[in-house]
Design a protein around this ligand. Structure first.
Ligand code: GLU
Length: 299
């Protein structure tokens, strides 16, 4: 069996946009007859410590919405050894650049992501020894200007240049792009449904997946929730989490209806009912799934 998944970072409670992406990822997986996994992406232990219990809230809210998943919830913080082992055969190099140096040396950012300009790829042994004395090194993969193309259900073929992205941060923490690819590969994830903000990361991740010998998954990038100014929905945009909504008398059933309606999906009283309602149809052809969803506070 292969799987779809939802993989939240436990930095703050899930807001309506995250819940909508979760619902859609569940629906895509279950409608395709796949299993469904929940994975907590808690690589950044400092951020996790500053927001305790968020992961538990996320799991609770997803269950309250009526989603179910197969097996235990996996936490990336338990899997650092796997990321280390998986990356052992990759061609890598040490990088001593600070964020600022990268910003100064790189061309215009690509979205919020700055492709690495390759500064440390060309250091001599003497230069490397010198820098190693002053700064801890991050580890980057040597991608040799690879170009990778992925298939996205809505966006079609998406091609991107693969830069020498970070595998391990200077403090030794595995980086998101490494962990997500290793987990999806080892867990048998064949369908990656997530927010459209990650579409640009897909060629990079697919390239790494194929380097590590994993099957490249099918990608499905759905529309993001935005506020009325068109910016990504955030907690400051009002009552946007299940907890806040329920303290205003908005129950989880009403939230489900809002999410379902926002994606143009057929009438149903629960995710399981929705799964029955869409069975055998081309439900993903509805444009609302792919467009940004403008959230008006308090529903
Ligand atoms: N953990 C990532 C996030 O919350 C999502 C990763 C993914 O779905 O690939 O943005």
């Amino acid at each position: 069996m292969t799987f779809g998944r939802f993989a939240p970072s436990p930095t703050s409670d899930l807001h309506l946009g995250n819940l909508r992406t979760a619902l859609l990822s569940w629906l895509f997986a279950r409608d395709a007859g796949l299993g469904y996994l929940l994975r907590i992406e808690d690589l950044d232990q400092q951020r996790v410590a500053s927001a305790p219990h968020v992961a538990e809230h996320q799991v609770r809210d997803l269950a309250a919405l009526g989603l179910d998943w197969d097996g235990e919830v996996v936490r990336q913080s338990d899997r650092f050894d796997l990321y280390r082992d998986a990356s052992a055969g990759l061609e890598t190099y040490e990088c001593y650049c600070t964020r600022r140096e990268i910003a100064e040396a790189s061309r215009a950012p690509h979205g919020s992501y700055r492709p690495y300009p390759g500064t440390c790829a060309r250091l001599t042994i003497a230069e490397r020894a010198e820098r190693r004395r002053t700064r801890p090194a991050a580890i980057r993969v040597r991608a040799r200007d690879a170009v990778m193309s992925v298939a996205d259900l809505h966006a079609g073929q998406v091609s991107g240049r693969v830069d020498d992205f970070v595998l391990f941060r200077a403090d030794g923490t595995p980086a998101y792009n490494l962990a997500v690819v290793v987990d999806d590969g080892l867990q048998g994830v064949s369908q990656v449904c997530r927010g459209a903000d990650l579409l640009d990361s897909s060629p990079r991740q697919a390239w790494l997946a194929s380097r590590l010998g994993f099957q490249v998954p099918q990608y499905i990038h759905v529309g993001l929730a935005v506020n009325q100014s068109g910016d990504r929905l955030a907690k400051r945009d009002g009552a946007v989490t299940l907890g806040e909504l329920s303290s205003r008398g908005v129950g989880v059933g009403e939230v489900f209806q809002t999410l379902r309606g926002s994606a143009g999906l057929p009438a149903a009283g629960s995710p399981t009912g929705l799964l029955r309602a869409v069975a055998g149809t081309d439900w993903w052809q509805t444009p609302a799934i792919w467009q940004p969803w403008v959230v008006v506070p308090e529903l």
